[in-house]
Design a protein around this ligand. Structure first.
Ligand code: GLN
Length: 246
């Protein structure tokens, strides 16, 4: 009997730009190919929080989308904070990455308080950082994706970046070469693209951590030969996409 993994897709209605829904599809597909049974719970404003949660995936959004969901996000802040402290894996892209920080001051001067899971703050600027993005992480190797944001994020001392970019003007703030953040098993990043289909190492980290927390150990023992072949095929597609972007 396959083991279920309960995955929350957070605010897909308002926070899903530049292909971020692809992250949910990638994790679903990959977890299935490892022999697990992913179950997706979409949580938009006002929706009930599921009883069992093993992984949370959130996407990016325009400033307007962020303003729409902020009250709802605060109503779930305690739950999210305690899950993050407890080691639950989460991936938050761009707009939600900013709101997982301490605050986001938009370019029009309004200030959105964040839920403070990530020790960082973001400030809107007149310059939008747009384009393909490559960064290096000791844990995940080279990470590739696409960024499009006006907010500049600054990590507090002691907050680890997800990786470092080599190019000027890119990443968290265009100044210190950091990109994203990693707090416990929570990953925040500006990488759209979608991120996960092109970066299987991060998909696998999220799936593995989710499974280990729930079942104690990760095992792909239930994989069929056909699932193995399909997984290899996905890895080849990812390698091709990575070669083009690098
Ligand atoms: N509104 C935010 C910004 O521009 C986030 C954008 C995004 O999610 N791509 O900084």
């Amino acid at each position: 009997m396959s083991k279920v993994i309960d995955i929350v897709s957070l605010y897909p209605k308002d926070m899903n730009i530049y292909g971020d829904t692809g992250n949910v599809l990638a994790v679903t597909r990959r977890a299935g190919l490892y022999g697990y049974e992913p179950r997706i719970h979409t949580v938009n404003q006002g929706d009930e929080w599921p009883e069992q949660v093993d992984l949370v995936l959130g996407g990016g959004g325009q400033d307007t989308g962020q303003k729409k969901i902020i009250d709802d996000l605060f109503s779930r802040a305690d739950v999210l904070r305690s899950l993050a402290t407890d080691g639950l894996p989460m991936l938050m892209i761009c707009g939600l990455y900013q709101l997982f920080g301490e605050y986001f001051e938009t370019v029009d001067g309004s200030r959105l308080d964040g839920i403070g899971i990530i020790g960082a703050y973001s400030v809107g600027s007149d310059v939008r950082r747009i384009g393909n993005l490559v960064e290096h992480s000791d844990e995940f190797g080279d990470i590739i994706g696409y960024e499009n944001h006006s907010g500049q994020t600054f990590l507090r001392e002691g907050t680890h970046p997800l990786g470092h970019v080599t190019e000027e003007g890119r990443g968290n703030n265009g100044e210190d070469h950091t990109e994203g953040a990693r707090v416990n098993n929570v990953i925040g990043t500006y990488m759209h693209g979608s991120l996960l289909p092109k970066n299987p190492a991060i998909s696998d980290f999220l799936i593995r951590t989710a499974v280990e927390r729930r079942y104690g150990a990760f095992s792909a023992a239930n994989q069929t030969p056909q699932q193995c072949d399909e997984l290899n095929h996905l890895d080849q597609l990812a390698a091709q996409a990575r070669a083009v972007a690098a």
